[in-house]
Design a protein around this ligand. Structure first.
Ligand code: HEC
Ligand code: HEC
Ligand code: HEC
Ligand code: HEC
Length: 360
């Protein structure tokens, strides 16, 4: 009581000063969207200027030209095209022009090719790109439960950057003082919405398949419901990552009076369920395998030497549907809408800079 009074007096004084110096107390204009049944209070409210900035930053690039699907197949024209050989020559060229714009607009074709010998796999980025094409095809063909008809292209993640900006990696810094032990907690986790929740929760769920459901139906833990408080915090950390990645709050996917109950949740929660499994598969089946081929530097690997990995933000980049749900698939259906079943080469034997064809 004794110390509460000066606190309150201090706050009142600050308010008083603020009203004299003319601090602008108006709330910014907001956009509000109803996302659940009426009467349930399920609204998503966004700062209108931020929402507009989001729309401006998520404009889909044009296809350089409409490719002719007829004519010779790429495999009859080129030497080393195991993944894109089924395309027409024109579709192949249009796709090369497009990935250059999406992934390496500054370096151009040379980012992936020795332009004296286009067929050679001597530039490691070409080998990565081939695997990326397969990963992208797998997303569009096998994960329609998440990406629907909208699908994704390299641009969804890359946005003109050779290494996508929104990625995650193992993060153990800052280390606690000598005898300290904080078990990965109590530091603002950069991949979990800057909360002090478990800092490597994404490893548990978007690489491993740790149980996410921690909600008990009874007041005290019993039977199989024995999740510790810490486990519930890991779930929360993942939920923070998901919310931040989509620029959405918890009620975009949950009714906050019953977080566990699927019947009361908006349909987006089911899409998100598939998204968790998809991101996990992209990391385990595609990203991790590529680790040995990347140069061992801080641009391409995390500080602990792990490959940079895909999170919800890699595609979503702060909006509920990547690129506001505008599909680029029409122009690239032939390249990214079909699976090519070539074998995965042994990346650990790769030597960069030597004229070669991977897998031969
Ligand atoms: C992001 C990496 C990347 C960029 C940039 C890129 N390519 Fe490619 N290119 C590839 C991959 C991967 C293949 C092999 C495709 C396959 O395995 O089916 C390839 C194959 C080729 C081939 C076939 C060579 C042969 O005989 O086997 C040609 C021609 C080609 N690219 C032209 C271009 C041109 C022209 C540009 C610039 C406009 C370009 N590429 C930019 C990744 C890239
Ligand atoms: C789901 C997200 C995602 C999609 C879609 C995607 N990539 Fe990537 N890509 C990544 C991530 C993450 C890395 C960074 C890996 C690392 O550096 O450890 C990467 C790295 C690369 C690199 C290596 C760059 C470098 O400098 O080392 C190339 C080349 C590349 N991607 C090409 C492509 C192409 C071509 C496509 C489309 C066919 C594509 N990517 C689609 C996530 C994606
Ligand atoms: C994009 C959709 C989405 C958002 C946003 C989201 N969640 Fe979730 N949440 C899910 C899904 C999907 C599951 C179930 C995951 C599974 O079982 O694999 C889940 C599970 C949970 C659970 C565990 C429920 C149980 O049965 O044990 C809790 C608690 C939870 N979320 C809380 C939150 C909180 C708090 C927020 C906001 C910080 C949030 N969620 C934001 C989709 C979402
Ligand atoms: C490879 C890119 C990619 C990744 C990674 C990804 N998403 Fe998505 N997501 C999409 C696309 C594309 C759509 C739009 C689908 C459509 O238009 O029907 C989408 C749609 C959604 C929706 C539905 C939005 C709505 O309003 O209907 C939710 C929710 C969602 N994603 C959650 C997640 C969560 C959570 C993660 C991470 C666990 C995730 N996504 C990872 C590409 C991705």
């Amino acid at each position: 009581m004794n110390f509460a009074l000066p606190m309150a007096a201090g706050a009142a004084a600050l308010l008083g000063i603020a009203s004299f110096v003319g601090v602008d107390w108006d709330a910014p204009p907001v956009e509000t969207e109803q996302v659940g049944y009426r009467g349930t209070g399920m609204y998503v409210t966004k700062d209108a200027a931020e929402a507009q900035a989001g729309r401006d930053a998520n404009v889909v690039p044009e296809s350089p030209w409409e490719p002719d699907p007829e004519g010779d197949r790429a495999r009859d024209v080129y030497e080393n095209v195991p993944v894109l050989g089924h395309l027409s020559d024109d579709q192949f060229t249009q796709f090369m022009a497009s990935i250059t714009e999406w992934v390496s607009p500054e370096a151009g074709c040379e980012y992936c090719h020795n332009v004296e010998n286009m067929a050679s796999d001597e530039v490691y980025t070409k080998v990565v790109a081939r695997r990326m094409i397969q990963m992208n095809q797998a997303i569009n063909v096998n994960w329609t439960a998440h990406v629907g008809e909208t699908g994704v292209t390299c641009y969804t993640c890359h946005r003109g950057n050779p290494v996508p900006k929104e990625v995650w990696y193992r993060d153990i810094e800052p280390q606690p003082a000598s005898r300290g032990y904080r078990d990965g907690q109590n530091v603002a986790g950069i991949f979990t919405g800057n909360t002090s929740l478990p800092q490597n929760a994404l490893e548990d769920y978007l690489l491993g398949n740790k149980e996410i459901r921690v909600h008990a139906d009874t007041a005290l833990p019993m039977g199989t419901q024995t999740a510790t408080t810490k486990e519930t915090e890991s779930t929360w950390a993942l939920m923070m990552h998901m919310s931040e990645s989509l620029g959405a709050n918890c009620v975009s996917c949950h009714n906050s009076r019953a977080f566990n109950d699927w019947d009361q949740s908006p349909p987006q929660r089911v899409t998100a369920w598939h998204g968790i499994r998809m991101a996990r598969q992209l990391n385990t089946d595609y990203m991790v395998g590529l680790t040995p081929i990347f140069p061992d530097d801080e641009m391409h690997l995390g500080p602990q030497g792990d490959v940079l990995k895909v999170g919800c933000n890699s595609c979503h980049q702060g909006v509920q549907k990547p690129l506001y749900g505008v599909s680029m698939m029409g122009d690239y259906a032939a390249s990214l809408g079909e699976l090519s079943d070539t074998e995965v080469p042994d990346y650990s034997t790769y030597v960069p800079g030597v004229t070669q064809v991977m897998g031969e």
